[in-house]
Design a protein around this ligand. Structure first.
Ligand SMILES: *[C@@H]1O[C@H](CO)[C@@H](O)[C@H](O)[C@H]1NC(C)=O
Ligand SMILES: *[C@@H]1O[C@H](CO)[C@@H](O)[C@H](O)[C@H]1NC(C)=O
Ligand SMILES: *[C@@H]1O[C@H](CO)[C@@H](O)[C@H](O)[C@H]1NC(C)=O
Ligand SMILES: *[C@@H]1O[C@H](CO)[C@@H](O)[C@H](O)[C@H]1NC(C)=O
Ligand SMILES: *[C@@H]1O[C@H](CO)[C@@H](O)[C@H](O)[C@H]1NC(C)=O
Length: 256
């Protein structure tokens, strides 16, 4: 009698202990770029597979000829086109310029000689109607909102045209520590350490360009781009629309 009960239990436990599954939630906005990390050191002899909603989208195997991404892995199931990049050393997967069709579960399987470990990255893509480049009048302030809640272990860095302008870590926080940054933004930057939002005060036309926010932690990194164009100061009407624009942005900030 006992044997009949013990056999199925034993099978169940063996199956359950072979796979270790971990879950990570990732919140991004349309247009962001996200890298999902594996924690695998370069050149470890492990097989790596990535699935999106249970369709295989990338793989690294000991044979280079079996390494694939997107359509190479599954004929006729191209979803990402040139948006998908696989780091062949670490197996990390990068999705650039995300759209809302990329919401879903990204499953990472790392297959060693005796173990399989699984991580499920549950990705939510929020829609955004932010136009590519915002206009600001010279002399006014402008604030960028990350649109995500900063978690304790996140490292946030703000860059402008490749210059590091602010870094929010635990402690100490660095704002404009760099010489190039000081020359450009001396005393005109304000950082909200709680939300990660960045304000540029008394804008000049040399502030025009692309601002990038990087959010890094051990599991993933997200890159967000914000374009700004600073134009010559003008009429009262223009100032009013600037106020409307900043109220609109505050609303977005509140909603997120
Ligand atoms: C891939 O390469 C391995 C070794 O180089 C070889 O044995 C295998 O047949 C190849 N597979 C395919 C599908 O070409
Ligand atoms: C991002 O994707 C959208 C379409 O979803 C496209 O219009 C836009 O040009 C892309 N941007 C970049 C930088 O590739
Ligand atoms: C992926 O799965 C999620 C639910 O987990 C679903 O909302 C989404 O539409 C799916 N996407 C595709 C392309 O199948
Ligand atoms: C660094 O940021 C934290 C919040 O993330 C804040 O509490 C702390 O005061 C900041 N430290 C400095 C030196 O500004
Ligand atoms: C954040 O992660 C990206 C991708 O993994 C990496 O290229 C970048 O150097 C990291 N940034 C920082 C400040 O650690």
């Amino acid at each position: 009698m006992n044997l009949f009960i013990l056999v199925p239990l034993w099978v169940f436990q063996l199956g359950a202990s072979g796979v270790y599954t971990d879950r990570v939630s990732v919140f991004v906005m349309e247009g962001d770029s996200v890298s999902l990390n594996t924690d695998v050191k370069a050149n470890q002899q492990e097989k790596i597979k990535w699935f999106f909603n249970n369709t295989r989208i990338a793989q690294i195997s000991e044979y280079l000829n079996k390494t694939c991404t997107d359509v190479q892995c599954n004929e006729g199931t191209e979803r990402f086109r040139d948006r998908l990049k696989l780091d062949h050393q670490t197996g990390s997967l990068t999705i650039t310029n995300i759209t809302n069709t990329h919401s879903g579960e990204y499953k990472l399987q790392i297959i060693g000689s005796n173990t399989i470990s699984e991580t499920i990255f549950s990705m939510t893509v929020h829609e955004t109607d932010k136009t590519k480049t915002k206009s600001v009048k010279e002399g006014q302030s402008f604030t960028f909102y990350p649109g995500v809640v900063k978690k304790t272990n996140d490292l946030m860095t703000w860059n402008f045209n490749g210059i590091l302008i602010a870094e929010i870590t635990g402690d100490p926080n660095k704002t404009c520590a760099d010489e190039q940054c000081k020359e450009r933004f001396r005393d005109r930057l304000k950082l909200d350490h709680q939300t990660g939002s960045l304000t540029i005060m008394n804008t000049r036309n040399t502030d025009s360009g692309e601002y990038k926010l990087e959010i890094n932690n051990s599991r993933y990194s997200i890159i967000k781009s914000f374009g700004v164009s600073v134009t010559a100061a003008a009429s009262a009407g223009a100032a009013l629309s600037e106020i409307r624009a900043s109220m609109f942005l505050s609303l977005i900030g509140l909603c997120l």
